[in-house]
Design a protein. Structure first.
Length: 359
């Protein structure tokens, strides 16, 4: 079975695509991944080869970038040409705007995140201006055109309904990560965070505000420069920069606590990787993270830096509680396996491929 998938090399969608492709390949599913936005790095090219992915990169602007629509249209023509070339059984879109294209195959739209739900979570209001209204309409049309809509949590599926009028239905397929890639090591007195430092949803400002009052070093791994503006955020933490997957896994193996005081996180691959590596989790108190982690994490109000500092200090000073939380998180993470994710997607692909052909 051939599947044409779209994605980018910027964030978690890349890791998700690699994990899914790597697990589906022995099951007879071949992924052609068409990326837009910043080009994949050499390390990402190597990862794609090892995962058995046929990579088709482009530099078309992603639909959430500034003034993207000419590029979105051009990317649509390019994607249709790839579809004519490969005749995929299913088109798997990790974005929205290309859903209404005249595909000859059934379309799955996966809602990993979106601008409107991000903006509402971070700013408490809808995005301003005509550009974002156009984005909203493009997203609404993309969701409406899909044969099936998937989200990694019920919380994200609710957000899509609230922001774009998505009707009842859709399905939740949680993300998964290979436990063999993230194993616990000899733990050091270290607090680790991972994510884009410029993303207000990750709320690294709150971590910066309390870092100097924490007894342990606080380290942050992730992109420092904004991909559009190039701006560097202020920092009060030890910046590790963007790490390779293997380097990040080593940091997670050594860290005792992983922190993500997020205002918005539709699923969170970072906490999943950290939990597999044996870290205790301190997370933003939001619906999606509670859905994934239940009582296996410590939650803090994203708007209360004092509560974040208190939570970190309490775990630092209470090794027994820290170890119990770490074990509970790892047990929960092991259930979120790539095999479980791949089986759900393969079942969906087979269902759609067997349905009557689209006119």
């Amino acid at each position: 079975m051939n599947v044409l998938m779209t994605g980018d090399a910027v964030g978690g969608v890349w890791s998700y695509a690699m994990e899914l492709a790597r697990t589906l390949r022995p099951r007879g599913v071949r992924i052609m991944l068409a990326t837009m936005g910043p080009a994949p790095s050499q390390a990402q090219w190597g990862e794609a080869r090892r995962a058995g992915v046929e990579l088709h990169p482009s530099t078309y602007r992603l639909e959430w970038m500034d003034e993207p629509w000419d590029d979105v249209d051009a990317a649509g023509r390019w994607l249709l040409e790839l579809a004519r070339q490969y005749e995929p059984a299913v088109v798997h879109l990790n974005g929205y705007a290309h859903g209404p294209l005249p595909w000859r195959s059934p379309v799955v739209v996966v809602g990993h995140s979106c601008v409107w739900s991000w903006w509402r979570a971070v700013h408490g209001c809808d995005p301003p201006g005509e550009a974002w209204r156009r984005y909203r309409e493009a997203t609404r049309r993309g969701l409406a055109a899909a044969a099936e809509v998937v989200a990694p949590t019920r919380a994200m599926l609710r957000a899509l309904r609230a922001c774009y009028g998505l009707p009842a239905g859709g399905r939740v397929i949680p993300n998964g990560r290979d436990a063999g890639r993230f194993t616990p090591g000899a733990k050091r007195p270290m607090v680790l965070a991972a994510g884009r430092l410029w993303d207000e949803a990750k709320n690294m400002r709150a971590l910066e505000a309390v870092a100097s009052g924490i007894d342990w070093p606080v380290c942050v791994a992730g992109d420092q420069r904004h991909p559009v503006t190039g701006e560097l955020p202020a920092t009060g933490v030890r910046q590790l920069g963007r790490l390779t997957p293997d380097a990040l896994a080593r940091q997670l193996a050594a860290a005792s606590i992983y922190v993500l005081p997020a205002r918005y996180e539709p699923f969170g691959l970072g906490p999943l990787e950290a939990a597999l590596a044996g870290c205790a989790l301190v997370l933003g108190d939001i619906d999606s993270l509670r859905e994934v982690w239940a009582d296996a994490a410590l939650y803090v109000d994203p708007d209360e830096p004092g509560a974040l500092g208190a939570a970190l200090t309490s775990l630092i000073r209470n090794p027994a509680r820290r170890q119990a939380l770490a074990q509970a998180a790892r047990t929960r993470a092991l259930a979120l396996s790539p095999r479980r994710m791949a089986e759900a997607y393969q079942h969906l692909y087979e269902q759609l491929a067997a349905a009557p052909a689209r006119a």
